[in-house]
Design a protein around this ligand. Structure first.
Ligand code: 3H9
Length: 701
């Protein structure tokens, strides 16, 4: 984005109306140049021949917000709240004409105008919460005056944009038109002038009083939905100020709170993720003009939970899907799961009945590989048996048309070996979805040694089309995400056998911000999964025995996790509510005694440092080996696939925040003090600490 774009704002008088056009591609963000241009145009219009003003945008969208890349740097005048006050104070009528998305500060500019007209395809919203902020240019004061306090809280807390029609219902948009926005806006202005319409300033409207409960309920919800985040609570404080204080004082309060957030660590972390997510979509070294393959028909092999979820992701995005199972019984079972999932989406209000049935109709079942002959992409999603996967790829090689992309959804297997089972390894790669696949956003795209560039580019772009967040990984055991999970789980288990309890390990990690503690995650995934995987390995490849002694003993006692009603915890068969189980405590103590471990008190801080730093250490190896392209890619993987708290920015960002020297110091300490030394520091960590460089600096050099 060109922050010094001198032509970012154009002003001309057209048929007596001063038309201010913002033109700052790609999304018309409110850079310094845009703010300055708007200010000059509005000021000029006060004394020129114009009768009224129109603010409109060139390109694909209305202003999409403040320029996020300016955050964290010294702000230059004019500041946005001041500019918006000047727009609102205009002595001549000002109308905003909205197309695309009017977001954040962009929507706040529109709210500073006296009236708003929008295309019916437009969306408006206040997404600042996703950046660890809340609207900081009058949004918290003007929206409650226009739409009422409950609607304002909902809009700002969700961060999700609403349609122009919904915005009109809420009183945030005054007119919605089907097309020809500029002409309609000019006609609307003429109408308003003819009618002698008042200069309706949102700041002058009263706020409808609300019961205190509205704030209390919202705060209670944030404690659940946005656990650990400060911005939602600060937003409530600002809205409360709108209710209790005159506009000018409310605005000042908003500014103070907003500035606190802007300079805080949570907003920094979430800003990092905003840019990391967009960067992750780019593959270094690919030709920019690479021709992508056309993907319209998709085949999925395996109608289990994973295959069904993947099929839904494609069907929901408008693709034709053929789901293949080994026999009719398995196929009907798989399609049954899909039906139930769609019913669930309708029940939760995610899809209407009609939408769900249209999506479902795009999925057809088959037991015949011949039906995949025309598929542009086939994704294998059967269970983790390397021979079975290779066999499937051989069959696909025989039936699929030339140019079709063949993908495996494996979580751990060697993608190169699977690709080598075909005569077309260049067309093969990994597409690792996360369960439940129709909901989870992450897609690890695994590049095999021989994967063709256009195949990779096609699948990365496809990931976006099916509304996932695609991140590329090289081939290694577990790719980026699951490979880093190994040391994380190891340390969680070691803390357990050395003295913690399932509850204390889970509580430490959950309170730190992860969506779920690692012990509960193991129960959810099924303890037999890891057990079988270990059994298949020779003893010397299974790692530190103390890290799996307890789960092995649980499996051998028939405790497989949630699915058998008991694992590390006991689960209520109806509610799935978990409770601690003294039997498990006895097993832990017995196994510790067998291993000769003297149990001791383990603090929450130790649990957090051991699990998190073990994960970071592995992340640094992954970077060094080139498995991940950048540290930000790893962060995106963890936030979108593993319930890592966005407000901590991901494991690599967290490492930088803690300080790499501190991470190294703790790792060395653990290596010296813990019974088994699992703690050799990643060479990259030692190198960066020695050189006094950050991971980001290294990655960008
Ligand atoms: C705010 O407004 C605070 C105020 O309340 C108070 C201030 C005092 N700034 O997403 P895309 C870049 S906070 C800078 O791929 P799409 C983006 O990095 C802001 N850059 O496109 C990318 O660059 P590149 C509140 C931005 O079509 C390119 O534009 N607003 C900004 O999929 C294309 O982006 C938001 O949070 C920005 N604001 O989606 C809106 N926005 O090509 C954030 C985008 O180099 N933006 N870029 O990677 C979005 O949600 C989406 O970009 C949007 C378009 C829906 C607009």
């Amino acid at each position: 984005m060109d922050t010094d774009n001198e032509n970012a704002v154009n002003y001309e008088i057209v048929d007596g109306i001063g038309v201010i056009t913002v033109n700052n591609p790609p999304v018309n963000a409110l850079s310094h140049a845009v703010r300055g241009g708007l200010q000059r145009a509005v000021a000029a219009a006060q004394t020129d021949a114009s009768k009224a003003l129109l603010i409109v945008c060139a390109g694909r969208t209305f202003i999409a917000g403040a320029d996020i890349s300016e955050f964290g740097k010294p702000m230059q005048e004019p500041f946005l709240p001041q500019l918006i006050n000047e727009i609102e104070a205009s002595g001549k009528l000002v109308v905003a004409a909205i197309h695309g998305t009017a977001l954040g500060g962009g929507f706040e500019v529109a709210l500073g105008c006296h009236y708003r007209i929008a295309l019916e395809t437009a969306r408006v919203g206040l997404p600042e919460i996703k950046l660890g902020l809340f609207p900081g240019a009058g949004g918290t004061q003007r929206v409650p005056r226009l739409a009422g306090v409950p609607a304002a809280i909902e809009l700002m807390a969700s961060g999700s944009p609403v349609s122009a029609v919904r915005a009109a219902e809420l009183g945030l948009v005054d007119r919605v038109v089907a097309d020809d926005l500029r002409a309609c806006a000019l006609a609307y202005i003429a109408e308003l002038l003819d009618a002698g319409a008042e200069l309706r300033r949102a700041s002058e409207l009263p706020v409808e009083p609300v019961n205190d409960e509205v704030f209390e309920q919202a705060a209670a919800q944030f404690d659940k939905r946005a656990r650990g985040q400060v911005a939602p609570h600060k937003m409530l404080e600002a809205v409360r100020a709108a209710v209790e204080l005159p506009f000018v004082e409310g605005l000042a309060k908003e500014r103070t709170l907003f500035t606190e957030l802007l300079t805080g660590s949570q907003a920094k972390a979430m800003r990092h993720l905003f840019f990391a997510e967009r960067e992750a979509a780019r593959i270094k070294g690919l030709a920019p003009d690479l021709q992508q393959r056309t993907i319209e028909r998709v085949g999925i092999i395996g109608g289990g939970t994973m295959g069904g979820g993947i099929a839904m992701s494609f069907a929901n995005a408008g693709f034709d899907v053929t789901l293949l199972e080994i026999n009719d019984e398995a196929l009907q079972r798989g399609l049954g799961i899909v039906d139930r999932n769609y019913a669930g989406s309708v029940k939760r209000g995610k899809l209407s009945e009609e939408e769900a049935s249209a999506c479902r109709d795009r999925i057809r079942g088959t037991t015949d590989y011949g039906d995949l002959a025309d598929a542009d992409l086939v994704i294998e999603a059967v269970f983790e048996d390397p021979e079975l996967k290779k066999n499937i790829f051989r069959q696909l090689d025989a039936v699929c048309k030339q140019g079709a992309i063949l993908a495996t959804n494996t979580s751990y297997q060697d993608v190169n070996a699977i690709a080598a089972a075909t005569n077309r390894p260049a067309d093969c790669l990994g597409m690792h979805f996360f369960s439940p696949a129709h909901i989870m956003k992450l897609l690890e795209v695994v590049r095999g040694d021989r994967t063709a560039d256009d195949v990779l580019a096609t699948v990365m772009a496809l990931g976006k089309k099916i509304r996932k967040v695609p991140v590329m990984s090289g081939v290694c055991y577990g790719f980026i995400g699951n490979r880093m999970l190994g040391p994380y789980f190891r340390e969680a288990q070691l803390c357990l056998i050395e003295g913690a309890t399932p509850e204390s390990v889970d509580a430490a990690i959950y309170d730190w911000g992860m969506a779920m503690g690692p012990i509960s995650v193991s129960d959810l995934a099924g303890l037999d999964v890891g057990y079988k995987a270990r059994q298949a390995l020779p003893a010397e490849q299974r790692g530190d025995a103390n890290a799996y002694r307890v789960p092995d003993a649980l499996v051998e006692a028939g405790r497989l996790g949630q699915k058998s009603g008991q694992g590390f915890y006991r689960y209520d068969p109806d509610t799935r509510q978990k409770t601690a189980d003294p039997e498990v405590q006895a097993i832990i103590e017995r196994e510790a005694a067998v291993a000769g471990i003297e149990r001791r008190a383990i603090s929450a801080a130790e649990i957090v440092d051991r699990t998190m730093f073990a994960m970071i250490n592995e992340g640094l190896r992954i970077l060094d080996e080139g498995i991940a392209q950048r540290p930000g890619d790893i962060d995106v993987v963890y936030v979108y696939g593993y319930g890592y708290p966005a407000w901590r920015g991901g494991p690599m960002h967290y490492a930088e925040e803690v300080g790499l020297d501190r991470v190294l110091e703790r790792i060395l300490e653990f290596g010296q003090t813990l019974a088994v030394d699992n703690w050799s520091p990643a060479p990259l960590l030692e190198k960066l600490v020695a050189e006094g460089r950050t991971i980001k600096e290294w990655s960008e050099s």
